[in-house]
Design a protein around this ligand. Structure first.
Ligand SMILES: Cc1cc2nc3c(=O)[nH]c(=O)nc-3n(C[C@H](O)[C@H](O)[C@H](O)COP(=O)(O)O)c2cc1C
Length: 364
């Protein structure tokens, strides 16, 4: 079977940060606590989800007042599940690659090879200031993240690892035990700027991007895949989407409208002004949030733009259209996580698999 015909994968955002995935005062039956999250992880793996992605925040950026730490929280979810892979978000700066490589190697053993990392590069200057971390310029942050990834890969795969970078140094370091997963736990990264794409092409296994239209995502994929091919590499692609699946399209659209109508304008605008430190500040101005409207920002990773809002059939068709332009994974967020992950598993996922089977048959 060719790669294009592999089943598309599904992840969900771990709500380890309070306030859910939308900056709205609409009632959300989602909790950031561990009991809720353990139950959610179990429901997700039983519903056919492949991955869960945790978030890292050191301070509140947009009313997300409480934030559990991502690596410890990811481990708790792995301990509560059997098949689900959990991706822990980590931020170079606060994390040093020696500690991260060791933490993740141990968690890989504890979870029987189910942990992965999402290396994020930082967008919130106030957060770095609050914890006494230097704030680097946009492309410098990516230069550091690339060294960080090269370092953790080297530690995970080599004995007597030595490295001379501008940010990190290693001298004949041998990590024992190495991770169970070979060659190493999967490395995801989040961000959409030119620097993010170039880094993905050179060192990451997966490129995660904010929500976007099919055309917007295709342009990114074509760019990354061409650059990766020039490096003799392949990079898998994950795209964010806020899913509102309801029995009728009207119901789904009404929920979206209510989320936006009840948005917290002060928090959305505060977030909008902070993210100018991210994509808009990249030299080419193409990164995440560079073109986001107020409504887009209500879901803080542009998840409405992907338009997985409608009936199960409409959503399944749009997912297959994303797959057709090269998307390997859809990262999903919801208003009421547990019940909506269950609904998605029951009503949307089987339709996606049916459409994929038809495509496979047609291509055979
Ligand atoms: C799927 C995804 C997950 C992310 N998770 C986090 C996170 O947990 N913590 C964080 O500080 N930034 C997170 N980010 C933000 C990115 O690391 C990056 O700072 C931001 O997208 C701006 O990068 P750009 O200028 O390359 O677009 C995430 C981004 C994406 C796309």
């Amino acid at each position: 079977m060719s790669k294009q015909l592999d089943n598309i994968k599904f992840a969900y955002w771990v709500p380890n940060v309070s306030g859910g995935l939308v900056i709205s005062k609409l009632e959300q039956r989602t909790s950031w606590d561990i009991d809720y999250n353990r139950k959610l992880a179990q429901v997700a793996e039983d519903s056919g989800f492949d991955y869960a992605l945790s978030q890292i925040r050191f301070t509140a950026g947009y009313g997300a007042e409480y934030q559990h730490e991502s690596v410890a929280f990811s481990h708790a979810l792995l301990a509560a599940t059997n098949k689900l892979k959990v991706i822990a978000a980590v931020l170079p700066g606060p994390w040093n690659p020696a500690l991260l490589a060791k933490q993740i190697s141990t968690i890989d053993h504890l979870s029987n090879g189910r942990v992965a990392v999402n290396v994020v590069s930082g967008w919130f200057r106030g957060e770095f200031h609050a914890i006494g971390e230097h704030w680097l310029e946009h492309d410098e942050r990516y230069r550091r993240s690339e060294e960080f990834i090269r370092a953790i890969k080297g530690i995970w795969t080599e004995d007597n690892f030595s490295f001379r970078g501008d940010f990190y140094r290693f001298n004949n370091y041998t990590l024992q035990p190495k991770p169970l997963q070979k060659p190493h736990p999967e490395i995801f990264q989040g961000g959409s700027s030119r620097a993010a794409r170039d880094m993905a092409a050179r060192v990451s296994d997966w490129y995660f991007t904010n929500g976007n239209t099919v055309e917007g995502i295709k342009a990114q994929i074509d760019d990354i895949r061409a650059k990766a091919a020039a490096e003799g590499r392949t990079v898998k692609i994950g795209v964010n989407a806020f899913v509102i699946a309801r029995d009728t399209e009207e119901e789904a659209k009404a929920v979206l409208q209510e989320i936006i109508d009840k948005a917290d304008p002060e928090a959305v605008n505060a977030f909008g002004s902070e993210v100018k430190n991210a994509g808009k500040a990249s030299p080419e101005g193409e990164g995440n949030w560079a073109k986001s409207s107020f409504e887009d920002l209500v879901q803080y990773n542009d998840g409405f733009k992907t338009n997985l809002i409608g009936t199960p059939q409409q959503i399944a068709e749009r997912i297959v259209a994303l797959k057709a332009v090269g998307v390997d994974l859809v990262l999903t967020g919801y208003l009421h996580f547990i019940e909506e992950v269950e609904y998605f598993g029951k009503n949307v996922l089987p339709l996606v698999r049916e459409l994929e089977a038809k495509q496979t048959a047609a291509a055979a």
